[in-house]
Ligand binder design. Structure first.
Ligand SMILES: [Fe+2]
Length: 183
């Protein structure tokens, strides 16, 4: 693999390693959500969260790959991806979408912070790299917001969630953009 200039800034390395683990934790979290929906007969939403889980895993590897080409020694630490005291089970489908949106916001603000730190330290390559991730993350937040709004609207009538499930399954309405991006 082609190596880039070695990354030596300890704080940036620390932030990037943490972010890579956070993305991996999101991947496990969304997989957890996927099986809750699947188990409660929302197969479409289950599939959606499985795809989201894949997406987060890719983000994690993107960061690990970046660290690797910058010559950083990597240790994957499963402890950092553990759920620990995180709330992972919810009562209602809408609650999962709320947690999902909060997680996407968290990812955005963490990436934004790393980008700003990189700029301050004049770590130009990292600033560029995080900038492209941040762009993708902005559209993820946007999609999550739309889904959350829809989930909230449907929460008043639990039966409507099956409608949302069917929409996701067939990729209709606003999920077209999501699907086009994924497939
Ligand atoms: Fe992500």
């Amino acid at each position: 693999m082609k190596k880039l200039a070695e990354l030596t800034n300890k704080e940036i390395i620390h932030l990037l390693k943490n972010q890579a683990h956070l993305e991996l934790q999101s991947s496990f979290l969304y997989l957890q959500y996927a099986y809750w929906f699947d188990n409660n007969n929302f197969e479409g939403i289950g599939k959606f969260f499985k795809a989201e889980s894949e997406e987060e895993r890719k983000h994690s590897i993107q960061i690990f790959d970046y660290l690797n080409v910058r010559g950083v020694q990597l240790t994957i630490d499963p402890q950092l991806t553990a759920f620990q005291n995180m709330k992972i089970h919810f009562e209602k489908p809408g609650d999962y979408f709320e947690a999902y949106l909060a997680r996407e916001h968290l990812n955005y603000s963490q990436l934004d912070y790393i980008g700003k730190q990189a700029q301050q330290c004049e770590e130009i390559l990292t600033h560029k790299f995080i900038g492209s991730m941040l762009e993708d993350q902005a559209s993820s937040v946007d999609e999550a917001e739309k889904l959350y709004a829809k989930a909230q609207a449907y929460s008043a009538f639990p039966g409507l969630f099956y409608h949302l499930d069917a929409q996701i399954k067939t990729g209709s309405q606003s999920f077209d953009t999501w699907k086009a991006k994924q497939l």
